[in-house]
Design a protein around this ligand. Structure first.
Ligand code: PLP
Length: 259
């Protein structure tokens, strides 16, 4: 394994990511994969039933090239504008982009140009506008329906009581390919507060699957809670900081109302 990295980083990136981010990302990635595997084993799930989606928000394009070199091929971004800028800066590499954050319906044309998957479908209006745009572009899109399982106002997503009705209505939008449900659990160190968010999403998924057999997925679990999420049935974990290091921006930048 070559430990030498010939890229000269800007001083601020050097300070945030260290001299050899590629090596560190590879090591972090391997560690997260091992932890996912261990969590699967604990509950008797096959290891390949969980997909790791690296979340790269705030990580600059220069650094993402090193993540690519470390083996990251899929990039999840919260904000569309940021994803667009980076995708443009890295158009020479064939990366897959996933948008995991709330989207305004007037932005869908940028989403459909860019993204493989969308993890934050949370309104019929958005479903309708997105479906229409996909029709125009002649493509389909994999979507996850976001549910607010924590009851916190700062979180986007459908109210759990509305999720099944919403799933039934998705049939009207043939370009959308529903894959599953998505949630952000309550931000807490206490697993007894976090777990109910995951079990709620799972039980909603079980019911949704009876309405639409394609809805098998559970996109849940982040740096602080992905192992718990895997034990509770996650099929996609969205992990950023455990791979790329702590973020300089507070979470409130992404989820209004949080510190
Ligand atoms: C940032 C983000 C994540 C990952 O959070 P980390 O703490 O970096 O693991 C997951 N999901 C969404 C929607 C995010 O915006």
């Amino acid at each position: 394994m070559s430990g030498v990295c010939f890229v000269t980083l800007s001083p601020e990136n050097l300070e945030r990511f260290g001299a050899d981010p590629r090596e560190r990302f590879a090591a972090n990635l391997a560690l997260v994969h091992r932890r996912i595997a261990a969590a699967c084993e604990q509950v008797g799930r096959p290891i390949d039933s969980v997909r790791l989606l690296p979340i790269t928000k705030t990580v600059p394009a220069e650094i993402l090239r090193l993540a690519w070199a470390a083996g990251v091929t899929d990039f999840g971004e919260n904000k569309l504008q940021e994803a667009r800028d980076k995708a443009e800066a890295m158009a020479d590499l064939s990366m897959r982009w996933h948008v995991v954050g709330h989207l305004q319906s007037n932005k869908v044309k940028y989403l459909t140009r860019l993204a493989d998957e969308f993890h934050a479908l949370d309104s019929l209006k958005l479903a309708e506008v997105l479906n229409k745009r996909l029709e125009t572009d002649g493509r389909d899109m994999k979507v996850y329906v976001q549910v607010n399982t924590s009851g916190e106002e700062s979180k986007f997503g459908l109210h759990p009581d509305d999720a099944l009705d919403f799933i039934e209505r998705l049939e009207a939008f043939p370009r959308l390919k529903p894959q599953g449900l998505m949630t952000l659990a309550v931000f807490s160190e206490d697993p007894d507060r976090v777990r109910p968010c995951f079990t709620l999403l799972r039980s909603l998924r079980d019911m949704a699957e009876r309405i639409d057999a394609r809805i098998t997925g559970l996109s849940m679990g982040m740096t602080g809670d992905y192992e718990l999420a895997v034990r509770e049935g996650a099929t996609v974990v969205r992990v950023g900081q455990a791979i790329f290091g702590p973020r300089p921006t507070p979470n409130g930048h992404y989820w209004p109302g949080l510190a």
